[in-house]
Design a protein around this ligand. Structure first.
Ligand SMILES: [Zn+2]
Length: 278
């Protein structure tokens, strides 16, 4: 079932940067820009929210929900799954859920692992999510990757544990470019014709296109600092600042061509279609 799934991973990058507190607060302003953009284009998105961010900005979380967008979990403290035991992960999810519910979130049923850290080693997380009542996860990068990746999982959305759906992030099909086609830095830095081609091709094949953007991806005023997970490499850090002014324009061009959907709505449709087949 083809669909273009729109999401923002709502996190505060300052939380993992050395001396992060000395940099300007940017999450509320950038979230407001996304909300204005989505309202203008009449689209609904999923916001995967870090628990700590929900505790810091409860009014912002309520505003997202009031605008009709979906709230979902992105870890209580944005800890990668391999840094936790299964029990710690369960507690982390309960903290994340409580933070969203305290801010007014209801019916939360989706999760995205920080840094797509759900791999073959941490596959136990799917069962815990199903047990906690989640209906979907979008946490797998189905290719080899320097950080995390689960190539054996495969590119297609499928049910994994207790009816839970996993919607892996969408990658280019090109053998020399096994990277996300509609996510953060790749969407900003690679030529837009390539993203448009990849997305159009996947939709024509009847697939879901899993996207992800962050507050910093549109932040043209952010100070320069070394971003986390780059091993201190300056050339990679440069890429973190390229194309930020273009991101919303690129999204707009996609809005003109394709309808977008929130993840929860898509998963409900998937579940209904699979029940109708049985
Ligand atoms: Zn994240």
């Amino acid at each position: 079932m083809s669909s273009l799934l729109l999401s923002v991973d709502l996190e505060d990058v300052r939380d993992w940067v050395e001396d992060g507190a000395r940099y300007r607060e940017a999450v509320p302003r950038n979230t407001a820009l996304y909300l204005q953009h989505f309202q203008r284009w009449g689209v609904k998105a999923t916001f995967f929210v870090v628990g700590e961010v929900a505790r810091r900005y409860p009014r912002l979380i309520a505003e997202i929900a009031d605008a009709g967008h979906e709230l979902a979990c992105h870890g209580d403290l944005h800890l990668q799954l391999d840094k936790m035991t299964p029990q710690q992960f369960r507690d982390d999810m309960c903290g994340n859920l409580a933070a969203l519910e305290n801010a007014g979130g209801r019916g939360i049923c989706g999760f995205r692992a920080p840094t797509f850290s759900l791999t073959g080693k941490t596959g136990w997380a799917h069962e815990i999510l199903a047990d906690l009542g989640f209906t979907y996860s979008s946490s797998v990068l189905p290719a080899a990757n320097p950080l995390y990746g689960w190539p054996e999982f495969g590119a297609a959305a499928r049910q994994v544990a207790g009816g839970l759906w996993e919607l892996p992030v969408s990658l280019y099909r090109l053998p020399f470019l096994r990277v996300p086609m509609a996510g953060g830095v790749y969407f900003r830095v690679l030529p837009f014709w390539l993203s448009r081609f990849g997305i159009g091709d996947s939709l024509r094949r009847g697939e879901a296109v899993v996207t992800y953007f962050h507050p910093y991806d549109i932040d043209i005023e952010q100070e320069r600092f070394m971003h986390p997970d780059l091993g201190g490499k300056r050339h990679l850090n440069l890429l973190m600042y390229i194309g930020r002014a273009k991101l919303l324009k690129r999204l707009e061009a996609l809005h003109r061509r394709h309808p977008f959907q929130a993840y929860g709505d898509y998963v409900n449709a998937l579940t209904a279609a699979s029940a109708a087949r049985d």
